[in-house]
Design a protein around this ligand. Structure first.
Ligand code: MN
Length: 747
């Protein structure tokens, strides 16, 4: 700290403040400048004497953040005030109440939002995930919290040099994990690119410098090329009296690096190092035709690649981005990307949400994808039974989703995440429609729930009052909204069933003279190998526990009690031991790992294994070992990407008795279908049916059959055979409840 010139610093602070004010001036109204001055003075006083790690006076930071808000995001007075004060509540004696008194509730609530998310987000840390969720909560009230937070983060990234190495890495990874995607989603393209470039600088400095050198070294050749390329376009646009600007700019370092990595090529072979951007000044109602006119001029000189035409003018991206992109062949045989857009579009593309918002009043505002997105986030936040980490994961997947456009039968356009299914679409229409969704017609043709939507599909959802969500639905949806609703539905359903199961069990226990005290319930849990009472009652209701089992329990436990008390159950291992003791044989016990140890495990919901299934264990982050069927649709992904987390698992012995299993058969109705189905079951495979019911409605065939099956192999063969029956669209296993067991009826 030698040689700090305090006087010089004071001058510098004032200079920075004046620059800020000058840049903000065009937006300022009556008393705004006074308000900003007041905020600046309070911040200056509050941070007095403190310095950043770089040695600079602390006030440089809030000034810089406010500057970014004005220049790079296009925010106004409230945000400038909040940006200047963003660290005072956290770091100084000033209280939120003081801010509220001086600047009103709006500024106070923004600062409150910003204060909540101080600190660092560490992946897997639930505290920080919770903080981040809180920040997003304020997004639904005021998006400026996020925008100022992004400005704050950008400035911290710009000044990361003075941080110790471990902090550089942590802040960088947090930026690439959350903030850059968030900036992208809010349409802040320039900020997103700069963040990504800075992340690269701090995580892979050598490569970063290398690419910068390469860009510089090729600059002259590139500029000559660009000049030659745009000359005829320039001339023609002038001739047509267009007011325009043409830029030829290299792409971001990060995007060049991504290309080199992805295609495994050196710098010299990245062909699209730059893009030509043509920005025209034109009235709003003329934008579209003007852009296409420019397109027509460009393609008069250079041949376009028809596969590379992107029209984000007719249908803007969800983050508000509007532009017309084409890739054309230059005279030297090199592909060149040309982006055509109006000045307004360019402003939105660079500054994102705030600019979008600014234009919204003047523009014949089309319902923006961004508003829809914020609505979605709001919805996501309202379902608060998700853990914070689950939420972040969901939120991130929402950030990255590309989109697919489909139509309702009435011709309304719906925008869904890429990979969405018919079932997602049903939930998009309404959660009740989703819950009752039986299938869909896409372009007049019947498709199953898991049909993946394609651009331009016209989708009609078929529902049935009787339909209920089932666990495998979770595999068919990509939107967090749908999966949340399905999970809620399943949980509700399970609770209702368990409540019935409890009544049944209490009745049976009374008959058998077993005291329904806690000790006995613990023993029952152990005996029936379930983790909690809810599961116990659920099994009871579902008929997996029968009176004879309860009788056996009574016999066994009196014997055991006669000899030895059940040991204290503290963990899964001792739990299993007790079961083994009680049952005196190892039946249905899952053995895990190299030594085939007994450890804590849960069954994966995506594939619900049953005894006899081929299974493997997967070490999950929060819930111990999960058991999946080897045929689980998630298995390839788990095995290929997380092989080190996979453990061996197998059943110690298989069930020998036949057990009941329900099959649901969906298909298109036709004469003789039911006959063909029963033929396969009874005659070909000699499986005994316990009951069957069939519903046919609007051309859909829906059959429910309860069968006696010996083992899972048997079941697989049956399912495969049934799926081959003409007209059958899908066959799936379901948990059946004795209560709603189908009554045999004539179809
Ligand atoms: Mn800050």
């Amino acid at each position: 700290m030698i040689g700090i010139d305090i006087e010089q610093e004071k001058i510098e602070i004032i200079r920075k403040y004046r620059t800020l004010l000058r840049h903000a001036k065009p937006f300022l109204q009556s008393d705004d400048a006074k308000l900003i001055r007041k905020a600046f003075n309070i911040a200056l006083e509050a941070h007095k004497g403190t310095r950043r790690r770089s040695g600079e006076p602390y006030i440089y930071h809030p000034l810089a953040v406010a500057h970014i808000c004005v220049d790079e995001i296009g925010l106004g007075t409230t945000s400038i005030v909040a940006a200047l004060l963003h660290d005072v509540v956290e770091d100084t004696d000033i209280e939120l109440e003081d801010i509220e008194n001086d600047f009103g509730s709006k500024v106070a609530s923004i600062i409150n939002g910003l204060t909540k998310i101080s600190g660092e987000f560490e992946y897997g840390s639930s505290q920080q995930a919770e903080n981040f969720r809180k920040m997003l909560l304020t997004l639904s009230e005021d998006v400026r919290v996020i925008l100022i937070k992004l400005a704050d983060r950008l400035h911290n990234m710009r000044t990361l040099d003075s941080m110790p190495r471990n902090k550089q890495l942590r802040i960088s990874s947090e930026t690439s994990y959350l903030y850059a995607p968030l900036a992208h989603r809010l349409g802040l393209y320039a900020i997103k690119s700069e963040m990504e470039d800075l992340v690269l600088k701090y995580t892979d400095g050598d490569t970063y410098i290398e690419i910068i050198k390469d860009i510089d070294a090729t600059k002259e050749v590139r500029n000559r090329f660009i000049k030659r390329f745009i000359r005829p376009i320039h001339k023609e646009l002038n001739g047509c009296n267009f007011k325009f600007e043409i830029k030829g700019r290299p792409k971001s370092i990060h995007s060049i690096w991504t290309k080199m990595n992805k295609q495994d090529i050196p710098f010299d072979e990245v062909y699209d190092l730059f893009a030509i951007r043509i920005i025209i000044e034109t009235p709003l109602d003329n934008e579209k035709s003007a852009c296409w006119k420019v397109y027509s001029i460009v393609t008069d000189f250079y041949k376009p690649n028809p596969d590379r035409l992107r029209d984000w003018i007719s249908t803007p991206k969800a983050n508000g981005y509007e532009s017309l992109h084409t890739t054309v062949m230059s005279n030297d045989g090199q592909w060149v990307e040309v982006q055509i857009r109006a000045k307004r579009m360019d402003d939105i593309a660079e500054k994102g949400y705030a600019a979008h918002w600014k234009y919204k009043d003047t523009a014949a505002s089309q319902e923006s994808g961004l508003e829809q997105w914020i609505d979605k986030i709001r919805e996501l936040l309202q379902q608060n039974d998700m853990s914070a980490i689950e939420f972040i994961t969901d939120f991130r997947s929402n950030l990255f989703q590309e989109e697919v456009f489909v139509f309702t039968p009435q011709g309304d356009l719906k925008r869904l995440a890429n990979g969405s299914t018919a079932l997602d679409f049903a939930f998009e229409i309404h959660s009740e429609v989703g819950m009752r969704c039986l299938g869909a017609k896409v372009n007049q043709k019947l498709v199953p729930l898991h049909y993946v939507l394609k651009n331009g599909d016209q989708v009609e959802i078929l529902t049935s009052e009787k339909q209920k969500p089932s666990e495998d639905w979770l595999r068919f949806v990509v939107s967090s909204k749908a999966s949340q609703r399905i999970k809620e539905g399943l949980k509700e359903e399970k609770k209702v069933i368990a409540a019935e199961g409890k009544e049944i069990m209490l009745r049976k226990l009374k008959k058998l003279k077993i005291d329904p005290n806690n000790e006995n319930f613990d023993k029952l849990r152990a005996f029936f190998n379930v983790n909690n009472q809810l599961d116990l009652f659920y099994k009871m209701a579902k008929g997996f526990i029968e009176v004879k089992d309860l009788k056996k329990f009574k016999e066994d436990s009196s014997k055991v009690n006669g000899r030895k008390k059940i040991g204290k159950i503290t963990d899964a291992k001792s739990f299993e031991k007790e079961i083994t003791k009680i049952r005196k044989r190892k039946e249905d016990i899952l053995l895990i790992g190299e030594d085939m140890d007994l450890v804590d495990y849960k069954f994966a919901k995506c594939c619900s294994p049953i005894p006899g299934d081929d299974v493997f264990g997967f070490v999950s982050v929060n819930e111990g070992i999960k058991i999946h069927r080897t045929s689980c649709p998630n298995a390839p992904e788990l095995l290929s990407n997380h092989g080190h987390r996979v453990v061996k698992a197998k059943w110690a012995s298989k069930h020998q008795e036949a057990y009941t299993v329900g099959l649901e058969i969906l298909g298109t109705d036709r004469v003789g279908l039911i006959n063909d189905v029963t033929q396969v079951i009874s005659t070909e495979l000699k499986v005994n049916m316990r009951s069957i019911s069939v519903d046919t409605d609007t051309g859909i065939f829906e059959g429910k059959i309860v069968l006696y099956i010996n083992d899972s192999k048997h079941l697989d063969i049956l399912i495969t055979r049934l799926e081959l029956v003409s007209g059958v669209v899908k066959v799936k296993r379901f948990d059946y409840t004795p209560d709603d067991e189908p009554v045999k009826k004539q179809a």
